[in-house]
Write a protein that binds this ligand. Structure first.
Ligand code: ADE
Length: 229
């Protein structure tokens, strides 16, 4: 079973995330275990402080190393991978989601405030960014990573549902239709009604390539972007 520990200063941000829909079902079926850990519980500061002013000056507060070092060291096992969420991490991609879904234990560190002490990076096996924008903390990025990883864990959703996801093989998904055949003059492509599975497969692959070329030509040039080990 995949176990994920999320280190955060804002545990209640995860309430709805863990108690609804597919993530809740995966937890209930014991396919994943997700623990929200408030790393303030690990601070040795008598007033519960986890941050301080930056050496050299500058605005805001910086997360201090001690609480996160103690938290990671107490939770880490031989098979653990530690992930730090940060805008200067490696861009997160579907291939990385696949890699992460095969690990046994992940620890996700959510940064906050103006930043974190540089030495905190040494705790991480991987640093990941969910996009080129800056959020107020790593909580939403960690939910994005957990959501995209958990749906790939065996038994969480049908394998066939994610085998043809967008971004597999660096291609976007093909278009899908349901009833009715004609909705306000917009018709379902004939080939999908033909029952000819070979033709349908060919149509879908062609559509994937056409769409990707049109919308995301950058994907066609991309090398496989795995996590790197
Ligand atoms: N923390 C703040 N912004 C982030 C981003 N874009 N990706 C990951 N972690 C972050």
């Amino acid at each position: 079973m995949l176990k994920i520990d999320i280190l955060t200063l804002f545990p209640s941000m995860f309430d709805g995330f863990l108690t609804e829909s597919i993530i809740k079902r995966a937890i209930d079926k014991k396919l994943v275990e997700i623990n929200i850990v408030n790393f303030r519980d690990y601070t040795k500061d008598p007033h519960g402080k986890v941050d301080d002013t930056p050496y050299g000056g500058g605005a805001g507060m910086v997360l201090a190393p001690q609480p996160l070092f103690d938290a990671v060291e107490s939770l880490k096992k031989d098979n653990t991978k530690v992930i730090l969420l940060t805008p200067d991490g490696k861009p997160y991609k579907q291939e990385i989601a696949y890699s992460l879904s095969h690990y046994e234990h992940l620890i996700l560190i959510c940064g906050h405030y103006e930043g974190f002490d540089e030495r905190i990076r040494t705790l991480a096996d991987f640093e990941l960014s969910i996009g080129d924008y800056v959020l107020t903390g790593g909580e939403i990025p960690s939910m994005i990573i957990v959501d995209s990883v958990v749906r790939l864990v065996d038994g969480v959703i049908e394998k066939s549902s994610h085998e043809c996801d967008s971004f597999n093989n660096n291609l976007l998904d093909y278009p899908t239709y349901t009833k009715p055949r004609d909705f306000r003059g917009m018709k379902v492509p004939e080939v999908l009604l033909s029952g000819n599975h070979k033709e349908i497969e060919k149509y879908r692959l062609e559509e994937q390539i056409r769409r990707t070329r049109e919308r995301r030509p950058d994907l066609l040039k991309e090398e496989v972007n795995d996590i790197g080990n």
